[in-house]
Structures are given as C-alpha cells and as structure tokens.
Design a protein around this ligand. Structure first.
Ligand SMILES: Cc1ncc(COP(=O)(O)O)c(C=O)c1O
Length: 379
C-alpha cells in the first residue's frame, strides 16, 4: 500500500528489525559486515557503500519525494558536490543568481577552476531563463527555490519542461520547502537536493545532506559518486535525520502558521521597509505557489530602515537566537551579508538586494506571541 506522506514519515524505519521488533530503527554502528563465505554477502559489505541505518533514511527520502533513489550525505554541500560531478570540464550550468552563499562558493571556487561554468540567472524570471537556455554548452540548470535569502520563487514545472526538451538536467535545491510543500520531481525536475541539516532533520543537532533522483540511471551515477567520493552520512546522524523526519509535516505546519503571523506583523512595522515571505499576498511568485498547491514555508527576510540598527537587534533578541542555519524548531535570526553570503562580492550582493539592512528569520515552533514581542522589543 502506498502511504500518504505523514504516515510514511511517522513510520520511517518501523518494522525494519523483525528479530526484536524494535520500533526505532537500530543504529548500525559498524564500518564493515562479515561474510559467511566467498561470494556471500548480507547485502551490506562496507558502510561507505551502504549501511542499514542510512539505507532506511535513503529509502524514506526517495519515497517522500516520489523518486527512484535517495542518498544521504555528510552535508548539503557534500550532496551538491556529488551532483555536480555528473558534469564535465567545459559544461555550463544555469544557476540561480541569489542562491545560498556556500553553493555559490562551491560553483566559483571549486568547480569553476575545474572547468565547470556557472551562468547566473534570476530563475524567478522565465524570460531570463529562456534566454539563458539558448546559450551554448548548457548541460544543466540548478534552481534554488525559494532562494536563500531573498525567497524568490521559480516555476519548476515550466523550466524543467523546457530543459527536458533540450536534454538538459534540472536540479532543484528544495531545502526551504521540503517534500511537504514542494515535490520537484513530480513537477518535472530530475534531481532534488537538500541541506538535511535544516527542516528535514529539524532540531539544529546534525549536519546532513540528501539527493533524490527521478531515474534509475541517475541513481546509478549518484550512487557511484557517493561511494567513490565517500562523503556519506554516518549511522548516528542518519538516525537523527530519520527521527526528525517523523515530525516534519507537523513542524512545518506550525512553523508556517507562526511565520505568517510574524511576517504580517513585520509588514506593518514603521522601521521595516520590506518583508519577503512567500505567504504574503503580494509576494512575487505567489501565483506559482497557489497554482501548484505549494505551501509558503517559514523563512522570512526583511529590510530595516537603517543598517545602524542591525547590531542592536542581533544582540538584543532574547527568544530568537542570533545564529547561522535555519529550519529547526528554534527560531533563528541571521545577517546574510555577513554570515551566509560573505563569499559573494559586495557589488553582486548589493545588486541582488542582499544588503546591509537585510535580516533573515527562520521561524520555529515557539509561541508566536513570544516571537513577536521579542522582535517588537528590539525594533
Ligand atoms: C538552500 C541551501 N542549500 C544548501 C545548503 C548547504 O547545506 P549544509 O550547510 O548542510 O552543507 C544550505 C545551507 O545553509 C542552504 O541554505
């Protein structure tokens, strides 16, 4: 029987240990697996190649996204690194221009010197994407949607249909929405990537990454790179992500509700000049979310009226924590220009809108009145 997402996630790892009936999947803390004889294997040989705890996570991720195969990595960037190994020197990728700074650094400082060219485009602008698709040598399109930190929305369905017609791979970083709100493969993309550190694990206690692919052929190739490069997720961390996934739909629902209230409150504050939250009625791309029945998530970014207020806000918050990262049950406040996008040059940051007045919130599951009072006190 095919389960609905909440059931699938709540029961992840159940019935995996018939010997004891353990409800929580065992942590197979082993590097290697014994063989009973030459040519004999339990299906597990060495934990870099496969580990039973990690496999439960990988099967759950694949099922949640409607993909053929899932892979768990040591971090979101390790997951993206494995995907970028699908390409070769001389290939070009269209890449969302205001994506997470660490992904930008990976493209610019690791893969560009190896010959991979990233063509940065506003992927929320279909005309810009269409034009870029006419450039020579394009082999892939890497879309982050919503983007970090500007929360721009891309039309995955349209872009991936254009890409497929040209035999171009579509990769979507679905970290902010997760399969609860958006299923890139069902919208036509070939690969979904995640920083599982964020919403998937959800408790700010583990760094992890994930890849889910649409075809068996891509599964073979990513599986090869996962094993050959070796940046796998360990069994204990795999268990933590499985535990987090069980409550993913519940957490996201509450986080989204809180975020809508916080964003609405911020939008009417005299010191706040601009609020970006996909759930606000006039957020650009809201029509795409409504059409595809996608949720809004719980990330907000907002511009205050003066950069001189930033330091006081960051040191003054008592409920929000001033910290990098996002997606956990605890609310965090981040200063993107300094924390997450320091590797982007200041002129590019300014052009995109990642300026010194921009703050980013990851809204958690706390009582929303406490969150609003906290912001009220520092603003
Ligand atoms: C959208 C997005 N993708 C990828 C990453 C990288 O993930 P990790 O920090 O787990 O390597 C991040 C990290 O913040 C992110 O926000």
């Amino acid at each position: 029987m095919k389960s609905n997402l909440s059931t699938l996630l709540a029961q992840a790892g159940n019935r995996k240990d018939p010997k004891t009936g353990a409800i929580s999947v065992p942590i197979y803390q082993t590097a290697s697996f014994g063989h009973t004889g030459l040519g004999q294997s339990t299906g597990f040989d060495y934990s870099r190649t496969s580990n039973p705890t990690r496999l439960v996570l990988e099967e759950t991720l694949a099922a949640a996204d409607g993909g053929v195969k899932g892979f768990a990595f040591a971090s979101g960037l390790a997951a993206i690194d494995a995907v970028l190994h699908l390409f070769h020197s001389g290939d070009r990728l269209i890449v969302t221009e205001d994506l997470y700074g660490g992904t930008f650094r990976l493209f610019e400082q690791v893969f560009r010197p190896l010959g991979l060219d990233a063509l940065y485009v506003d992927t929320s602008n279909l005309q810009a994407v269409q034009k870029a698709l006419q450039s020579p040598g394009i082999k892939g399109i890497f879309i982050e949607t919503p983007t970090n930190p500007l929360l721009k929305i891309a039309d995955i369905r349209t872009i991936s249909s254009w890409a497929r017609a040209q035999n171009i791979l579509t990769i979507v970083d679905n970290t902010f929405f997760t399969p609860v709100f958006q299923k890139p493969l069902e919208l036509g993309a070939d690969i979904a990537v995640y920083s599982a550190t964020k919403f998937l694990a959800g408790h700010n206690d583990v760094v992890a990454g994930a890849v889910v692919v649409r075809t068996a052929e891509l599964g073979e190739r990513i599986g090869f790179f996962q094993n050959a490069i070796g940046s796998i997720l360990g069994p204990q961390d795999s268990w933590l992500v499985i535990r987090g996934l069980k409550t993913l739909p519940l957490r996201l629902q509450k986080q989204q509700e809180n975020a809508l209230q916080v964003a609405t409150w911020l939008a009417s504050h005299p010191h706040v000049k601009l609020v970006r939250f996909p759930g606000l009625p006039h957020h650009p791309g809201r029509d795409i979310l409504d059409r595809e029945q996608i949720g809004f998530g719980s990330m907000i970014s907002f511009e205050i009226d003066a950069a001189s207020r930033v330091a006081g806000i960051l040191s003054g918050v008592k409920v929000f924590l001033f910290a990098e990262s996002l997606g956990g049950v605890e609310s965090l406040i981040t200063y993107p220009a300094v924390q997450t996008h320091a590797d982007m040059d200041p002129a590019t940051r300014d052009r995109l809108g990642i300026n010194d007045r921009l703050l980013r919130l990851s809204v958690g599951i706390e009582d929303v009145n406490d969150l609003i009072h906290d912001l009220e006190a520092v603003l």
